[in-house]
Design a protein around this ligand. Structure first.
Ligand SMILES: Cc1ncc(COP(=O)(O)O)c(C=O)c1O
Length: 628
């Protein structure tokens, strides 16, 4: 076994009873390796009273509403009108809160592209600054190409035939700069090796990996290699047998129950699928139709929860509401059609806004901040309303899950959910989605009515190799080292972020970072149209980012102080170069507002041009102003 996994032992005991807020033993048949060692103790993760203790959520709970008050509300047209008005008031005022309008407007947005002639003074910079930027752009392009010729060539081949590669390459920068950048500044997202917190491209260059494999890479790439090796070896004798479970499943179930404090588990192949299943069982048991999601929150790419641009169809039976809003809580109190509320806790960094991506970085007004106490207070109030109204509260922990605490988001914020989805890192390097929930919600059939079922099965669910790799991951979570790690995790990452911010300040660089443990966002402190250039300077200095760029840096927790120091130096060097090359030129009239007005003028101009060609309705251009 590779030394990088410190795994808690499995336990061979009689089957244990696991309950929320209790210590947990795990069990596994003796025939498997590591069986027969001392028990593992789960920690009670939740600080506030559980829903079960508030009279809801045990296995006999009836989630359906009934009674005279309920009936009267359902048939009263005045009540219906009142609930409709409340719904409008509970929407966030931005386009993120008005998904249908956003979808319509997004479709109208006309394409226009800057060429080499007009791209470098789009902010009204004087000729000398424009010239400086132009030369720097060419220099940087040459540097990136010369350093990674094989990777660039391979990336171009991929782009020709892999639709996902085409998509991400087209959305790294604000769209008017797309053509200019696409071939001139190659990012070449190809890697053939990883070690510690670094990845290597085809040309042998090593990069600090801040893309974090979309959040999967929590404990470092060496850890997942070890998990994969150990898990594959363990499942080898069973090979591909689907249907019968690999015996390791029971240990996974016990550990997941202990972590989540919930009764039952279902296994899926992706986070998206786990969310689908959560919503389906919530609807089944409540008999209600609608899902509440919060503006800007991502829950996977399923139609049922992805409302607005990105989804070609308008979504049905989904309410997109304002997060951290009293009006939302009031709406939950009055409407009778809400089955569940989905929370993606990463939104605590930017409530009601989509994930910050460099493709939307048209000025310097990206806003992110994280206040743990106020988000915890919000979740607590949401919990209470959901309990009172028998609405299923779902925490979507697919992304954040084990990044914050061993007990995940529930433990970190001290609030319990009725259903919790997990994914990403939990698979120990393999694709996975998991739903944990109260028994009263997880049951998929009705004892009294055998035809009343909630079907949800998938061919590859609980695949033996995924289960064994997951087991190594879960046992690692239960090891003493990881326990100590979680006790220090916030302190470590807050200190690192503060250190980098101090460096930026000392160097008079117009950058700051905001963090939620190891998930960071870069903010820009002077108005500029060119902040998206930073991702390319970072690349040149040896940093690899995810395709959404500087909006989300995802660090693996194995990054040493030494590596962190090196990463900070990369940031400072990249920012210095960017500053010297004139991209942050500014004058008294260049404000974020002025930039956005300028972009609006460009969009309207392009719309008029395309409208006169295609007979675009005249009101469309005024609608588009909302986009900015
Ligand atoms: C909060 C959340 N939910 C669901 C998903 C979807 O997971 P997957 O990509 O595994 O389908 C993601 C993916 O990033 C996510 O961040």
């Amino acid at each position: 076994m590779n030394a990088t996994i410190e795994a808690a032992p499995r336990q061979h005991t009689s089957p244990c009873h696991v309950h929320r807020m209790t210590s947990v033993s795990t069990s596994l048949p003796e025939s498997l390796p590591n069986a027969g060692r001392p028990p593992v103790t789960g920690q009670p993760p939740h600080a506030i009273p559980l829903a079960a203790e508030a009279g809801q959520g045990n296995s006999t709970t009836n989630w359906k509403r009934s009674g005279w008050r309920y009936l009267a509300r359902r048939v009263n047209p005045l009540y219906w009108l009142y609930a409709r008005i409340m719904l409008s008031r509970a929407k966030h005022r931005s386009l993120a809160g008005h998904t249908r309008l956003a979808q319509r407007l997004a479709r109208l947005l006309p394409n226009y592209q800057f060429g080499a002639i007009d791209a470098f003074a789009a902010d009204g910079a004087p000729a000398d600054v424009e010239q400086c930027r132009h030369l720097a752009f060419r220099r940087l392009g040459k540097e990136l190409q010369q350093r990674s010729p094989a990777s660039s060539a391979m990336a171009a081949r991929l782009r020709a035939h892999v639709s996902d590669a085409q998509f991400v390459d087209s959305y790294r920068v604000p769209f008017p700069f797309r053509d200019l950048v696409r071939d001139a500044l190659p990012i070449a997202a190809i890697a053939d090796a990883s070690q510690a917190s670094q990845i290597r491209d085809l040309d042998g260059n090593w990069f600090h990996d801040l893309g974090g494999s979309y959040g999967v890479n929590l404990f470092g790439s060496d850890f997942y290699k070890a998990c994969l090796n150990a898990g594959m070896a363990e499942a080898r004798s069973l090979g591909l047998v689907l249907g019968p479970y690999h015996p390791v499943v029971i240990d996974n179930v016990d550990r997941l129950r202990a972590i989540s404090g919930l009764d039952e588990i279902s296994f899926h192949m992706s986070g998206t699928e786990a969310v689908m299943q959560a919503v389906r069982v919530a609807r089944y048991h409540t008999g209600r139709s609608h899902v509440v999601r919060f503006a800007g929150a991502y829950h996977g790419w399923w139609d049922g929860v992805q409302a607005g641009p990105g989804n070609p169809r308008p979504s049905h039976e989904v309410y997109t509401l304002a997060e951290m809003s009293d009006r939302t809580l009031r709406l939950l109190e009055v409407r009778e059609d809400i089955a569940c509320v989905l929370v993606n806790p990463i939104q605590a960094m930017h409530p009601n806004r989509p994930p910050p991506s460099d493709a939307t970085l048209i000025a310097s007004d990206r806003r992110c901040a994280f206040d743990r106490a106020s988000y915890a207070a919000w979740l607590c109030r949401l919990r209470q309303v959901c309990t009172d109204r028998k609405i299923v509260l779902i925490f979507d922990e697919v992304f954040l899950g084990f990044r914050l605490a061993r007990g995940g988001v529930q433990e970190y914020f001290g609030v319990s959910a009725d259903l919790v989805t997990y994914g990403k890192s939990l698979g120990g390097g393999l694709p996975v989605g998991v739903l944990a929930g109260k028994a009263s919600l997880m049951r998929r059939f009705n004892e009294q009515h055998p035809g009343d079922v909630c079907f949800a099965r998938g061919t590859f669910n609980a695949h033996p190799h995924v289960m064994t790799c997951m087991n190594w991951f879960l046992r690692h979570l239960d090891s003493p080292t990881v326990n100590t790690h979680y006790q220090k995790v916030d302190g470590v990452w807050n200190r690192r972020a503060a250190l980098l911010n101090r460096r930026f300040q000392e160097e008079r660089l117009p950058l700051r970072v905001v963090n939620m443990t190891s998930v960071w966002s870069v903010l820009f402190t002077v108005p500029s149209r060119y902040n998206w250039m930073l991702q390319f300077y970072l690349r040149a200095e040896g940093i690899s980012l995810a395709w959404i760029g500087t909006g989300r840096l995802i660090f693996s927790h194995d990054i040493s102080e030494h590596a962190m120091q090196a990463i900070m130096e990369c940031f400072v060097r990249a920012a210095r170069r960017m500053q010297d090359d004139g991209w942050w030129w500014t004058d008294s009239v260049l404000t974020n507002k002025a930039i956005k007005r300028q972009v609006l003028r460009e969009v309207v101009g392009a719309l008029r041009r395309s409208g006169s060609n295609r007979g675009m309705p005249a009101h469309a251009s005024s609608d588009l102003s909302i986009l900015l």
